[in-house]
Design a protein around this ligand. Structure first.
Ligand code: ZN
Length: 467
């Protein structure tokens, strides 16, 4: 088996974006190139020397639940029981900016606006009661904004691409639940989990975030009052991160708010209600015990505890800790999710990246997988993408003759920079030689906002089809 996918942020500089074909520099050109990419009948991708037999489990785990039911299926030319001309989408924070959420790297992005921002890491959250108090205090204030934001034109265009029969699965790095809200019939693999639920680290049960929010308010009346003040100040009336910041309120892509000077140490959060009622059996066979105060707020087990391994600051032996059901930085993606994402790649003929700079290796590696399978590769992202020349250069190597619009045709698009030293996670399984790649790869690369392009792509395709 290959290594687990771990969510780790990449903070190095990104290269300037490639533009392929050159006409994709304009809005109209990008729309035409993307429409061509999505509708072209690519040859079936071939597996090269991928060590895990990736093409053999393509259809096993995907949920085919009638996406596209509202529109007629595409023409009879599409071979039955193959998805090889279909495109799998991989989306990132860039597509939710139009919903008012901050991305990481954009002009209004977290890394740009708040140089000192550092997301909490999984090991910190698990190990430290203090870290959790701080996290939940900020999240308590940040939650309303995320909850009140809605899907935008990009998400609805994705729904339409599903109805047109061009896309039958979406992989997202976003935790905002906009995909399932906008296109419940088109399956979404939420690679990094979702904020709409919490998960108990002991019993793995999910808890609704709204119910949790109400518990936080009850346990922290002073903070609830502070939140009301924020509401009155109007800082939460706008989804514009800049305007919010002017009113003293900052939010980050994970729904984490930043309120300087707030006394996190006084914040209380509830224990898992299920573990409180039925204490779980621990790994060593003993019965766990959830320590709570009179109001049901989680408290760290005293150091004199008989429980093995300590955990005086609420460490790993602590019971009944609720965590947002997202993959935190430094946390591995569950193997079932990883397998589903890989199966979605393997079931498609092309991959289109939307609004992601692929800064997390888990996402980058999925595109590399598609690349190694010889799949068509499209990227629509405002700004550069981590090591994107790997995806576009290698496809040129075995590319000896002219292809139609949308194919990579000449050396003139080669990116001058070399990034051979950046490979932070060597992964010998998926290395291929250039000669093993098929030559006829569809590619498109544009650097424009997805919400300005993708609805136009849908219109373009519908016009072509007379819909
Ligand atoms: Zn529990």
């Amino acid at each position: 088996m290959s290594k687990p996918l771990m969510r780790i942020p990449y903070t190095g500089p990104l290269p300037p974006p490639l533009i392929i074909p050159p006409s994709a520099a304009t809005k109209h050109g990008a729309i035409a190139a993307l429409a061509h990419f999505l509708t072209s009948k690519s040859p079936a991708p071939t597996t090269t020397n991928s060590a895990d037999g990736s093409s053999s489990h393509s259809h096993g785990t995907k949920d085919k639940d009638g996406s596209g039911a509202d529109l007629p299926e595409p023409g009879p030319s599409l071979p039955k029981n193959t998805n090889t001309s279909k495109t799998v989408l991989l989306t990132g924070a860039g597509i939710s900016v139009a919903s008012g959420l901050a991305d990481y790297r954009g002009e209004k992005g977290t890394y740009t606006q708040n140089k000192s921002y550092r997301p909490i890491y999984f090991h910190e959250f698990v190990a430290s009661h203090e870290a959790r108090k701080r996290y939940w205090a900020r999240s308590f204030l940040g939650w309303r904004g995320l909850h009140h934001a809605s899907p935008n034109a990009t998400h609805y265009a994705i729904r339409d691409l599903g109805r047109l029969g061009l896309v039958d699965s979406v992989i997202t790095q976003n935790v905002d639940s906009f995909h399932p809200l906008a296109h419940p019939a088109l399956p979404t693999i939420e690679l990094h989990g979702f904020l709409r639920s919490l998960v108990c680290l002991s019993c793995q049960r999910l808890m609704d975030r709204e119910a949790f929010q109400a518990r936080l308010a009850a346990l922290n009346p002073a903070w609830a009052e502070f939140l009301q003040d924020l509401l009155k100040s109007g800082a939460l009336d706008t989804e514009d991160p800049l305007e919010r910041r002017r009113k003293g309120f900052r939010t980050n892509p994970d729904g984490d708010a930043d309120v300087p000077g707030a006394p996190y140490t006084t914040f209380r959060y509830p224990a898992c209600p299920h573990c409180l009622k039925r204490p779980p059996i621990l790994k060593d066979g003993s019965k766990g015990h959830v320590d709570v105060d009179a109001d049901g707020a989680w408290i760290a087990r005293p150091k004199s505890s008989t429980s093995s391994g300590g955990g005086g600051d609420g460490g790993v032996d602590s019971v009944g800790i609720l965590k947002p059901n997202v993959i935190m930085f430094g946390e591995s993606i569950p193997s079932a999710i990883k397998a589903a994402a890989e199966a979605a790649i393997d079931a498609a003929g092309k991959i289109l990246v939307l609004g992601s700079s692929l800064a997390t290796y888990s996402a980058w590696r999925l595109v590399k997988r598609a690349h190694d399978r010889g799949m068509g590769i499209g990227v629509l992202n405002l700004g550069g993408v981590r090591k994107e020349e790997v995806f576009f250069e290698a496809s040129q190597a075995g590319h000896s003759h002219e292809h139609g619009h949308g194919h990579l045709q000449s050396q003139s698009h080669r990116h001058p920079q070399s990034h051979e030293h950046e490979q932070s996670h060597p992964h010998p399984h998926l290395h291929t030689t250039d000669s093993a790649l098929i030559v006829n790869r569809d590619v498109v690369r544009a650097s424009l906002p997805t919400e300005e392009i993708l609805p136009g792509v849908v219109d373009y395709i519908c016009n072509q089809r007379g819909l």
